[in-house]
Design a protein around this ligand. Structure first.
Ligand code: ATP
Ligand code: MG
Length: 419
């Protein structure tokens, strides 16, 4: 017996309707905001993530699924969705298409993490990336799209936390202030923090070690170091969110786990699924397209973790639409009537009806038992008498009522009933 790899999950047939519900909500949201789907490979050249996600991040340092392919290339399974979409954007010259370009994807992601509830090695993201627009309206629109998506799922108990982590100019000032603050504490901090001190002190704020967290608690706050442009931008984003009726709190401690972010960053956090509370997160990344070899072009995006949303919805008793069930099960008694049942079911299917007949060569009794278990709304049993009279009783399982229907008119009957 070979088991499923650690940190991965099967989606079983009786649960896939929940996934489809979330995916449909994602696609419906994208449609309302006029965002087009894109699909990029599950694997990319490792270099893309080293440069895109950033070498000082946990994702790149510890979590990537990297291997050499048979041609000796270093390949990595995508740990997140943004870098691949940015590569696609640059490689296909999409900067010359009308801006803004709004894209979305639903993709598996792979990170070698310690599996816990809401933390897997293969997980799935619904992500949105918007290219070419630097306005605060864009930030507000993207956050509104994320919030619309969560509302469609009935996930209301999340808190939107926002922050600004500035641009290259104010970040340089802030990094200096951070280094001045951390320098006297450096000896008491973990090895990762010490390594980040030189390369990327902002990352130190993201450390999960208790001792480091105590020290970072009193570190200078980025919001006090924003340049005029970044400050104005952030103020406007906040005003627009309020105007859209989107509630938020400012959390100056959010820095996000990937290096490419600039200006606005945000997370939708739930307290109902334990420590892994971020169900949706994103931000602006105005330098990434250029850093990956494209034009200097602003961009912004978010990604929502589908497994975490599912967990949150299950924990909070959110309602899912019902799983699919046969509208009708048509049973037969012998070879001739079974053939008739099969014919009727084929006809119904041609008309778009979820109909079932026996595939297991079962007795009528066993067929009816199966029909009941499958949750069929109607059941019809065709025997010799029914065939001779060209009429069958269609039983409404929920109400226990029966209606005699001409064998040639089952579809019209069901169509009327469905109304
Ligand atoms: P965390 O702080 O929880 O590790 P992150 O900052 O690494 O999250 P992002 O890279 O922003 O996460 O990914 C976007 C979303 O994808 C997260 O908000 C979360 O919902 C989901 N996600 C991230 N990592 C995992 C994982 N290992 N398993 C399941 N979902 C994940
Ligand atoms: Mg992480």
């Amino acid at each position: 017996m070979i088991n499923i790899p650690k940190g991965t999950k099967d989606v079983l047939p009786e649960l896939s309707y929940k996934w489809r519900f979330i995916e449909n909500a994602a696609r419906e949201t994208a449609e309302i905001f006029n965002i087009n789907e894109v699909r990029t490979p599950v694997f990319e050249h490792t270099e893309l993530f080293l440069r895109g996600v950033g070498e000082t991040t946990d994702v790149v340092n510890k979590e990537m699924y990297t291997f050499e392919d048979k041609g000796g290339r270093s390949i990595t399974l995508k740990p997140e969705g943004t870098a691949g979409v940015v590569r696609m954007f640059i490689e296909n010259g999409l900067a010359s298409t009308p801006m803004p370009l709004k894209t979305y994807y639903i993709t598996p992601c792979f990170r070698y993490e310690r599996p816990q509830a809401g933390r897997l090695r293969e997980f799935h993201q619904f992500g949105v990336e918007v290219f070419g627009a630097k306005s605060a309206e864009t930030d507000a629109e993207i956050i509104f799209a994320a919030s619309t998506f969560l509302n469609k799922l009935g996930v209301s108990k999340t808190e939107l936390q926002i922050n600004s982590i500035g641009c290259r100019i104010c970040r340089a000032e802030y990094n200096k202030a951070l280094k001045d603050y951390f320098r006297p504490h450096l000896e008491k901090m973990c090895a990762t923090c010490r390594a980040r001190f030189d390369k990327n002190p902002l990352r130190m704020l993201d450390c999960k070690e208790e001792d480091c967290k105590k020290i970072t608690a009193n570190a200078p706050k980025i919001l006090d170091y924003l340049c005029g442009d970044c400050k104005t931008h952030f103020e406007k984003v906040k005003r627009l969110l309020t105007a859209q009726g989107v509630k938020y709190v400012v959390n100056p401690r959010i820095v996000r786990g990937l290096d490419y972010y600039t200006k606005t960053v945000f997370e939708f956090i739930s307290t109902d699924i334990g420590a892994q509370g971020a169900v949706c997160a994103g931000g602006r990344y105005d330098n990434l397209v250029e850093e990956l070899g494209g034009a200097a072009l602003p961009a912004i995006g978010f990604a929502a973790g589908i497994e975490r949303l599912l967990l949150l919805m299950e924990n909070t008793g959110a309602s899912f639409p019902a799983a699919q069930k046969p509208l009708i099960y048509v049973a037969g008694m012998d070879d001739i009537t079974r053939a008739k049942a099969f014919e009727i079911v084929a006809e119904l299917r041609l008309n778009g009806i979820n109909a079932e007949a026996d595939l297991m060569e079962r007795s009528v009794k066993a067929q009816l038992k199966y029909a009941d278990k499958s949750g069929a709304h109607y059941v019809a049993v065709i025997g010799g008498n029914e065939l001779a009279a060209n009429t069958v009783n269609i039983k409404n399982m929920a109400e226990g009522t029966q209606t005699a229907v001409n064998l040639n008119e089952i579809y019209s009957y069901l169509k009327e009933e469905k109304k």
